[in-house]
Design a binder for this molecule. Structure first.
Ligand SMILES: [Zn+2]
Ligand SMILES: [Zn+2]
Length: 333
């Protein structure tokens, strides 16, 4: 099976947080957190359609400017999500620049911002051509834990406590479609862009009787119904799930919310700022220890987990953090 999501932390564990998730064979990616992202290429950044910001401490938000700069002057819709006050946080960043030249840009960048409160969410649109001054009122909707629901995947969030609200995120593929290459050969079909359309039609729940046109190995055109083709060449397996937990205090309420958000993750990325020997310091700074992170990963049933966001006091001793987290995971699995 070829997983759809290929998550990678953009920096080392002592540097700013950020999880970049490109989608296989698609020019789309999402980003969890906006720490310093200089290491991402412009090409990577331009693939990003959705950005999810856990909270606006500087190490999680300073990368906003680079994304904005690269997206400026392009035909692009960029969706950004963050906790309460996120709209005014981004407005503050936008207000820091002069925008008198942007009205002449031929392409239209559109920012759609959403801030999450306990029982509602506020969304607002900011157009480059209007110098990012919104013309509409913010739209208010109930918050139901789901931030994005696309045909192929959904992104959920939980509001966690880091002294201030901090969002945890999970992206889940609805289901995974593998193509049976032997079955393709038997039907004398070649791989090609039609396979992407075929998968999209399955994700969109299109009518199985709808027709699909395919070019065969001998360059002739054949017609199949979606259902017929799905029966022959598609193997459907459970979708992939990636979760991301940034700065959080180790409290029973946080632990419950993390476990329900990240349940059954294929890969959980979770902060571990301190060793358990410095548990008091971790509590004072509203962060996790490596033991707590490993324990939570086990309680979520995460098949794989990665810790990040280490305190600089452990430079050169990162093995201790990894060992402590692994031991807690093994003990609680
Ligand atoms: Zn923080
Ligand atoms: Zn942080």
């Amino acid at each position: 099976m070829h997983p759809r999501f290929h998550p990678r932390l953009i920096n080392g564990p002592f540097d700013d947080p950020g999880l970049f998730i490109p989608f296989l064979f698609e020019s789309q990616a999402i980003l969890f957190d906006l720490g310093d992202n200089q290491v991402l290429t412009s090409r990577d950044i331009l693939k990003i359609s959705h950005v999810f910001v856990s909270h606006t401490h500087m190490d999680h938000f300073i990368g906003f400017d680079r994304i904005l700069r690269l997206a400026l002057g392009r035909e692009k819709n960029l969706h950004l999500f963050g906790p309460r006050q996120f709209l005014s946080n981004v407005e503050g960043k936008l207000a820091a620049y002069s925008w008198n030249l942007v009205a002449n840009y031929p392409y239209r960048l559109k920012l759609r911002l959403t801030e999450i409160h306990h029982d509602y969410q506020l969304s607002r649109t900011y157009l480059c051509q209007n110098e990012f001054i919104p013309t509409d009122e913010a739209e208010r909707k109930p918050f139901t834990n789901i931030l994005v629901e696309a045909p192929a995947f959904k992104v959920s969030a939980a509001i966690l406590d880091h002294d201030i609200p901090c969002l945890g995120f999970a992206i889940k593929e609805r289901f995974h479609v593998n193509i049976n290459k032997d079955a393709l050969n038997e039907l004398d079909l070649q791989t090609g862009p039609w396979l992407t359309d075929f998968k999209q039609a399955l994700y969109a729940g299109a009518d199985p009787a709808s027709e699909i046109e395919v070019i065969t190995g001998s360059d002739t055109i054949r017609h199949f119904t979606l259902g017929e083709l799905a029966d022959h060449i598609a193997m459907v397996t459970p979708g992939q799930k990636i979760s991301y937990i940034a700065d959080v205090a180790y409290t029973p309420a946080n632990a419950d919310k993390i476990i329900s958000l990240a349940q059954d993750s294929d890969h959980l990325f979770i902060e571990a700022a301190f060793l358990d020997a410095q548990q008091d310091l971790a509590a004072e700074k509203h962060h996790l220890t490596a033991r707590q992170a490993g324990e939570l990963a086990a309680c979520c049933g995460a098949r794989q987990f990665t810790i990040f966001h280490f305190s600089p006091r452990y430079l050169g001793q990162e093995d201790l953090l990894y060992q402590e987290a692994e031991a807690a995971y093994a003990e609680n699995s």
